[in-house]
Every structure is written in structure tokens, then in C-alpha cells.
Design a protein around this ligand. Structure first.
Ligand SMILES: [Zn+2]
Length: 175
């Protein structure tokens, strides 16, 4: 028997997440059956993560690096994975706050016009996250970079931010 990796331990918790109906916590998001507080506690209780956290706290009070994730919201899984991986190594991650496709129940009742207005606001908000970031990490899954992301990269470049890509850039294939 080999020891489980951190990722496997996290996957176990994700597979059977603690539910807020089974604990004393109030739900942070009533439509979500998972208790975010218990979920976070369970993740933080994984020995390797607990140890890493303690080491980082001991290392001093320096601000961790801030990374802003950019990319199409269609890559929700890539956002989650990058957020998790970077967070575990002690980086502050700024990411998309909502996904108009998977958070559909919130947006389904809106007209196309209303949805577009929200999208414009969310895009502007994302630029403010880039302002705060030391580094921008572009989630160009399959080489795809949409117009919003392209604009975000151009903005980040204009600010002199470091820009990295999930997948190597291939010219002509970025459309
Ligand atoms: Zn709970």
C-alpha cells in the first residue's frame, strides 16, 4: 500500500463533501448543499497541508504572491484546478467569481441584454483583479484565447505584469 497523495486525499473529500445539514454551521450559499466551512476545515486538516501552512506562517509575514487567472469561463474546471494548485502552494489566487453558464439558475431569468450588461461589469471587475496581481496566468485550454481574455492580456501587458500561459502559445492557433 502506497500513501495517498494530497490530491487523492482532496479528491476523497470532494467526492463525499461535508453537508451543512449535518453540522451546526449556517450555509454560506443556501442553494449549495456543501458546508463550505466544514469543507475548508477538512482540507486544512490534511496533514501535509496543515504542515505547509504552519511552515509558511513561521516563514514570516511577507505577503504571498498574487496571481490572477484569466481565460474563458467555459473552462470552469481549469479555473478550479489552477485555483486549488496555486492556493496549496501558498499563492493568493484571484479568479472568476461566477460562471454565467454553470451558475445558470441565477442568470436564466435575465434577458440577453441584461446578461450582456452583467458580463461587461464582470469584465471590468476582472481588470481590477489584474491591477492587484503580481502575475497573470492565462488558462488557454486547447490554445483558445477569447476576445475578453485577449483584452485582459493586453491590459496586463500595458501594466508590465508577468504573464504565463497554461499551454504553450502557438501562433495562428490562438483564435
Ligand atoms: Zn459545517
Amino acid at each position: 500500500m502506497t500513501d495517498k497523495t494530497i490530491r487523492e486525499k482532496i479528491a476523497e473529500i470532494e467526492h463525499k463533501p461535508p453537508r451543512w445539514k449535518d453540522c451546526e454551521h449556517a450555509p454560506l450559499a443556501p442553494w449549495n448543499p456543501v458546508c463550505d466551512t466544514c469543507f475548508a476545515d477538512a482540507i486544512l486538516a490534511i496533514p501535509e497541508i496543515k504542515e505547509g501552512q504552519e511552515l509558511r506562517e513561521k516563514a514570516g509575514r511577507e505577503r504571498p504572491e498574487i496571481v490572477c487567472l484569466c481565460g474563458s469561463t467555459r473552462f470552469g474546471d481549469a479555473f478550479q484546478k489552477a485555483n486549488l494548485d496555486l492556493t496549496l502552494v501558498g499563492i493568493i489566487v484571484l479568479s472568476i467569481g461566477c460562471n454565467m453558464k454553470t451558475d445558470g439558475e441565477l442568470f436564466d431569468r435575465l434577458t440577453t441584454d441584461q446578461r450582456n450588461q452583467i458580463k461587461v461589469r464582470l469584465d471590468k471587475l476582472h481588470l481590477r483583479k489584474i491591477d492587484l496581481a503580481d502575475r497573470v496566468y492565462v488558462l488557454n485550454v486547447g490554445g483558445y484565447i477569447g476576445d475578453s481574455t485577449r483584452a485582459e492580456v493586453a491590459y496586463a501587458e500595458s501594466l508590465g505584469k508577468r504573464i504565463e500561459y497554461l499551454e504553450p502559445l502557438v501562433s495562428g492557433l490562438q483564435k
